[in-house]
Design a protein around this ligand. Structure first.
Ligand code: SF4
Ligand code: SF4
Length: 89
């Protein structure tokens, strides 16, 4: 299992509401109190520090390709492959 986070391109988002529906961790919501320059309420990540698993379902469902997913390998996997934990120069 991985932990992760996402970045949502607020200006591309049309607030369609699909990503909050499919997120199994329930960490995306539509920001009803915000508007982007196109007049849509954009999606936003809530609890960005903890709950996202990096599963990428939200990214796959988004019709406007607004969501980028970042994954962090589990510590056990990193320990098993020492090269992963070394800093790349
Ligand atoms: S990557 Fe998965 S857990 Fe993270 S916000 Fe998207 S759907 Fe939710
Ligand atoms: S699926 Fe994409 S366009 Fe729809 S609310 Fe989520 S980020 Fe915005």
């Amino acid at each position: 299992m991985t932990s992760g986070t996402i970045s949502i391109d607020q200006e591309r988002c049309k607030g369609c509401g699909l990503c909050p529906i499919v997120c199994p961790q329930h960490v995306i919501k539509i920001a009803e109190d915000q508007l982007n320059t196109k007049g849509y309420h954009p999606a936003q990540l809530i609890d960005p520090e903890h709950a996202c698993t990096g599963c990428a379902i939200c990214s796959l469902i988004c019709p406007d390709v607004c969501i980028t997913v970042f994954r962090e390998p589990h510590r056990a996997r990193m320990a098993a492959v020492p090269e992963l934990s070394k800093e790349v120069i």
